[in-house]
Design a protein around this ligand. Sequence first.
Ligand code: PTJ
Length: 254
Amino acid sequence: MIINFKNKTMRIPKSHPRYESLMRRHLLLDGLKRGYVAEAGLIAHGRGEAFDYLLGERTIKEARNAEKAAVAMLLLSEKPVISVNGNTVALIPGDIVEFARSIGAKIEINLFYRTLKRERLIKEILLRNGAEEVLDTEKDFRRIPGIDSDRGRANPRGILSADTVLVPLEDGDRTEALIKMGKNVIAIDLNPLSRTSKYATITIVDNVIRAIPAMIKLANEMKDWERERLERITENFDNKKNLRRIISRMRKGL
Ligand code: PTJ
């Protein structure tokens, strides 16, 4: 991979032991330079990397179970919505579009550090990656009760009327507010101790770059299953227990 650093061209050799991880950092840096990744997005990514280390940078059994329960919940939902921010779109724009299509979900942009420019750039990237529609809050929005930041802007045709919202890389206040509105919230967060992880209906403790491709496969397998079978999966999933197991796995790993 050729990168530009302080106006110098540098090459990261494929043989580098951390090649994949370095490449992902540069996806985010590139998004920052283009103006759609927030500066704080880099800090959030670093925190995610540290937790991913503790998991062995792989999808653990508990995450696989949560991904299956999440896909079952999304397939059972009438109005599922995938909420996206700068980091998610920098890392996996094509997978987000494919996953939305496979579960029949809408995609809505929701930004903590919202600017109109960032919203428009993100929309453009998702449309270029094949999305038919990307909801935003440029003209049509109302506020999620209890959220005073720009994260509280939500589209009435999307997150506001959704029954299930998938939130990759989130901070906890909106998750809590969406739950209070009676919605199911599925979080993807490498930090099992975060407020988001604690409040979500289903928490997937996995890297979004592994979780979404895994969920695309699951959706293709499960989309013709009977409702009762999907319901059994969601009913048998215990989020609190799953999180406890993950924390204990991290402790033992150390
Ligand atoms: O694009 P914006 O303006 O909406 O801003 C996005 C950020 C990420 C800056 C914003 O949502 C934020 O500040 O997030 P937090 O509160 O830092 O939370 C991000 C969480 O995501 C942390 O718990 C990280 O551990 C986790 N995380 C980071 N990278 C990944 C991740 N989880 C899954 N996959 C990742 N790749």
